[in-house]
Design a protein around this ligand. Structure first.
Ligand code: NDP
Length: 417
């Protein structure tokens, strides 16, 4: 038999990867379609109409953007969570053939509509129920909403196992770990290192941080993201939430999770093995890279991202995070170790604090202060307990929000040092 030339082998491999003209397209649903992750997902999906078709799209209240995306991507269903916006959405999509729904039941209907891939891109605790509903389908869930794992990690991962769902992390750090850990024996893993850009205030003193404004916090040096996660990046709470996320996603103990500040945001995470090796994933900071992976894994698809030029970058640097100036990281680590409902309380207090900071009602350093005092108050009132079921988690979330709002409203919050 004539030997196969390398170029022929490559051609054969390429032919098997190329979709056949009659290939069935992947049905895609995007929860949180109007957000930063949602629009990046739809940007990729729209570039490959031969590979994907859109089933359902959801938003909270932005019906203008939702209607436009639904028409552009020929979605079967568009859902607005805010029921008061139902009429406006219906009007915008009248005669288009796109089905319209609203409210919590609408969100669940979108998540349960048969699909091969659901992007969980809703922000905050509001994403928990719809994402759990998507998980129950037993197909692929691309997880951007880290709050699902922060609030209810054990419950969520149990639901994933029970339904046989393929969970693909989308957070760039967790996507990097997912790729660097693929197929590894858990016993061979020594530790996981998540990198953090350090945010816009990396070099600021405590005195300067006390006067940091929302506008300054929203100027992330490397990433373009939604407002809430951008503020979380500036406090390093985002990295804290990511530690908890990593703890539930990967076979490691809290002590095996480390954070390193890496201002260039090129290396997204590293996995250290017992033989001294470290595996890392590198890419320019663009969420379309991890989202593309979640759409195509175990294969790879084209993504229109800027390619890395290592010589142009020249230098990659790493620093230890400063947990005195960025207290949120330590608070999250403590909640992770404590377990039970502590992470849900941490998350709820942080959501309230970030909203108040963005509204000009709270100083930058008081974000972590409010979280710390809510955790303390929750402990004193017996809110911290076991997260045995969804009811317990949601009750802790609600109680923590009330405590945080009380601390805010009564003005009893101590001046943050
Ligand atoms: P955005 O704020 O940009 O978008 C949030 C989306 O969720 C919007 O579609 C919004 O609708 C919808 N939404 C907001 N509140 C509700 C609610 N109560 N009920 C239903 N839908 C709601 O967020 P991001 O895209 O930045 O983040 C989404 C998730 O992905 C977060 O959990 C974040 O931590 C995570 N993530 C984001 C990254 C990023 O680069 N942005 C990176 C890694 C993780 P509307 O537009 O109508 O308000």
């Amino acid at each position: 038999m004539a030997p196969v030339r390398p170029d022929q082998m490559l051609e054969t491999a390429a032919a098997t990867l190329r979709p056949a003209p009659t290939a069935v397209r992947k049905r895609v649903t995007v929860l949180g379609a109007t957000g930063s992750v949602g629009t990046s997902t739809l940007d990729l999906v729209g570039r490959h109409p031969q590979l994907f078709e859109v089933v359902a799209l959801t938003a909270h209240s932005n019906v203008e953007a939702l209607a436009q995306l639904a028409l552009q991507h020929r979605a079967a269903l568009a859902v607005v969570a805010d029921e008061s916006r139902y009429g406006a959405l219906k009007e915008k999509l009248a005669g288009s053939g796109v089905e319209v729904a609203a409210g919590a039941t609408g969100l669940l209907a979108a998540a349960l509509r048969p699909a091969d891939y659901v992007m969980a891109g809703i922000i905050g605790a509001a994403g928990l129920r719809p994402t759990l509903a998507a998980v129950s389908q037993g197909r692929r869930v691309a997880l951007a909403n880290k709050e699902c794992l922060v609030l209810a990690g054990e419950i969520f991962m149990k639901a994933v196992r029970q339904a046989g769902t393929e969970l693909v992390p989308v957070d760039s750090e967790h996507s990097a770990v997912f790729q660097s850990i693929a197929g590894a024996d858990p016993a061979s893993i020594e530790r996981i290192v998540l990198t953090a850009s350090g945010g816009p205030f990396r070099t600021w003193s405590l005195e300067e941080l006390a006067h940091a404004t929302p506008e300054q916090a929203l100027c992330h040096p490397n990433w373009t993201m939604g407002r809430k996660i951008t503020v979380d990046s500036s406090t390093l709470m985002n990295k804290g939430l990511e530690l908890i996320e990593a703890y539930h996603l990967f076979p490691v103990e809290p002590a095996q999770l480390e954070v390193v500040v890496h201002p260039q945001s090129i290396v997204h995470a590293l996995v250290a093995y017992r033989d001294g090796s470290m595996l890392a994933q590198l890419a320019n900071p663009d969420m379309r890279t991890p989202i593309a992976l979640s759409l195509s894994w175990p294969n790879r698809m084209d993504a229109p991202t800027k390619r890395l030029d290592l010589v142009e970058i020249g230098k990659l640097s790493f620093e230890r995070p400063d947990e005195v100036r960025f207290r949120a990281l330590g608070l999250a680590r403590q909640a992770m170790r404590q377990g039970g409902t502590a992470p849900a309380v941490l998350n709820a207090a942080n959501e309230i604090a970030v909203e108040a900071f963005l509204a000009g009602r709270l100083g930058f350093l008081q974000i972590a202060q409010l979280v710390a005092e809510t955790l303390e108050a929750a402990e004193g009132r017996g809110v911290l307990g076991s997260a045995q079921d969804l009811g317990a988690v949601l009750a802790a979330d609600a109680a923590a929000r009330k405590l945080a709002l009380n601390l805010l409203g009564t003005g009893t919050l101590s001046a943050a040092q």
